[in-house]
Ligand binder design. Structure first.
Ligand code: NDP
Length: 483
């Protein structure tokens, strides 16, 4: 840090005032931190997965003690609802899960045997970690989305340099109070602060990158990684559809769609952002959805009690307002919600149900990231599938039908990584079990969930030993030709 280091004010999403600040990390500071991590990573990797599990188990103990404080910081950063307060405990689940899974993932990657192509050659695989993993994370779910990548990277044997969003730094500061209590971990896990240029500096110093954020920034990250020829894993936006068929239970479908669309003020990458309902149940579906939407409460008086918090990032409210205005101007009806409310400095939007929408509207094409539920009628299943797939994105998609078989038949035709049947928002059901790829603009690189996600931080080497005779220059069987 230099005497002239820039300081950035941080807004509180509930009050609209700047009550916090961060110092922007200089390019030199980023380089120094990365160099220290690179040096310390050698010992971290040499510990082996069992040794690292021992350190991570101690960290888990510290995080448990601080889980409430971490949750409080997350709630201030995001203006979030009661689930913000769970973030410390969710972190414990993440670390605890990898304590069980990391040894299994390493065991699955190790291999020893004879070559099937050249039977006299034995093969032994060795996995080595990328020395420094750079993690660049967004303002929504700021702790969870930083740690979804950082925790497995650490278990894999990488050191991690994190660049959180400048919008939500408080929860990361609370997290690193726990990291500093475990010196072996603090030696290989560090963070830097500031805007996008600091993210670019992290890319310049890292050996592999995990980025979560928007499509435009993801493109810049991909280009910067390509210039350095380092791998990058991008988790980007979504415009996730839900198809509700004629045979669906309308009560079940409206409850699920509402939760999937407005949870965390709709600021979730896999929020439901478009709903296609069969024309035969459209009016009843909309009537029930509007009734339920009207019962949703803002949490301005008590963050732990209501359902919808303020927008975390003030400019997001402008994007959402623009999408609603564009839809209105093109003929949509707003049946409930629809106006951004400034309450004591916080910017809120009640669940906003729109009908009369079509694919010429921004609200059906671009990521809205707010509690909006545009509903469109369809007449045939093939039309619903075509509309759901008419998008640049492909993160998740949901189908709610009369039974699971009908839902599955439709789900198999949708272009998205996570297909949720008979409910929405099932992402965390797969988190420990398996990963999925993203379609279109929603992602790039290997899956971030499941055992296979550890592979993102590891390179595999093969040690090949000739146990038979050495071929002379006339023999071609060393090229795989039969003798
Ligand atoms: P941004 O793309 O704006 O920012 C993401 C991170 O990148 C922030 O830390 C940001 O810093 C940093 N950054 C900005 N510019 C650059 C740059 N040129 N080079 C390197 N880093 C840079 O995303 P948001 O923070 O707005 O997050 C919301 C987005 O994230 C939504 O599109 C959402 O869908 C997506 N997302 C995807 C998820 C997934 O798993 N697929 C999960 C959650 C969110 P700073 O903020 O300080 O400017």
């Amino acid at each position: 840090m230099t005497a002239t280091a820039a300081v950035l004010d941080v807004r509180n999403p509930r009050t609209g005032t700047a009550d916090h600040s961060i110092t922007v990390s200089s390019r030199e500071e980023v380089a120094e931190k990365a160099a220290a991590l690179r040096e310390n990573q050698r010992g971290w990797e040499a510990m082996g997965v069992a040794g690292r599990c021992g350190v991570m188990a101690r960290w888990l103990g510290v995080v448990k003690e601080s889980a409430l404080a971490i949750g409080e910081a997350d709630a201030v950063d995001t203006g979030g609802c009661h689930t913000s307060y769970l973030q410390g405990f969710i972190t414990c689940g993440n670390i605890g899960g990898w304590l069980e899974d990391a040894p299994k993932a390493f065991a699955a990657l190790e291999w020893e045997g004879m070559s099937s192509a050249m039977p006299t050659v034995s093969v032994e695989s060795q996995v080595v970690a990328y020395p420094v993993t750079g993690v660049i994370s967004p303002w929504n779910a700021p702790l969870m989305l930083a740690l979804l990548d950082a925790v497995p990277a650490l278990f894999a044997g990488s050191a991690v340099l994190l660049k959180p969003s400048e919008v939500t730094p408080r929860v990361i500061e609370a997290l690193f109070e726990t990291v500093r209590k475990v010196p072996e971990l603090a030696a290989v896990f560090d963070y830097v602060t500031g805007p996008g240029e600091v993210g670019q500096a992290v890319i310049a110093e890292s050996d592999t990158i995990c980025f979560t954020g928007s499509v435009p920034t993801g493109r810049k990250v991909a280009v910067a990684c390509a210039e350095r020829l380092i791998p990058c894993n991008l988790e980007l936006g979504g415009k996730d559809p839900c198809i509700v068929t004629a045979s669906a239970d309308i009560d079940r479908a409206t409850t699920s769609v509402l939760r999937g669309a407005v949870y965390a003020t709709g600021q979730v990458c896999y929020s439901i952002e478009r709903v296609y309902v069969h024309e035969s149940i459209h009016d009843e579906f909309v009537a029930q959805l509007v009734d339920k939407a009207k019962a949703v409460r803002l949490n301005n008086e008590n963050p732990r009690a209501g359902h919808i918090g303020p927008f975390t990032f003030a400019p997001q409210a402008e994007i959402v307002a623009r999408h609603i205005a564009d839809a209105r101007a093109k003929g949509a009806s707003v049946l409930t919600g629809g106006e951004i409310e400034n309450i004591d400095g916080g910017l809120y939007l009640r669940p906003t149900v729109l009908t009369g929408v079509n694919h010429d509207m921004e609200i059906m094409q671009d990521e809205t990231f707010g509690p909006c539920i545009p509903v469109m009628a369809y007449s045939t299943t093939q039309e619903a599938i075509r509309l759901a797939n008419d998008t640049n994105f492909g993160l998740t998609a949901s189908v709610i039908a009369g039974d699971a078989q009908e839902a599955k038949a439709i789900g198999k035709q949708l272009n998205a990584g996570g297909i949720f049947l008979q409910d929405t928002f099932l992402t965390f059901a797969k988190s420990r079990t398996f990963g999925t790829d993203s379609f279109g603009w929603s992602g790039y690189g290997a899956p971030r969930m499941g055992l296979e996600s550890l592979r993102r931080f590891l390179r595999r080497k093969s040690l090949l030993t000739q146990t038979g005779d050495v071929a002379d220059i006339q023999d071609d069987h060393h090229l795989g030709a039969p003798k």
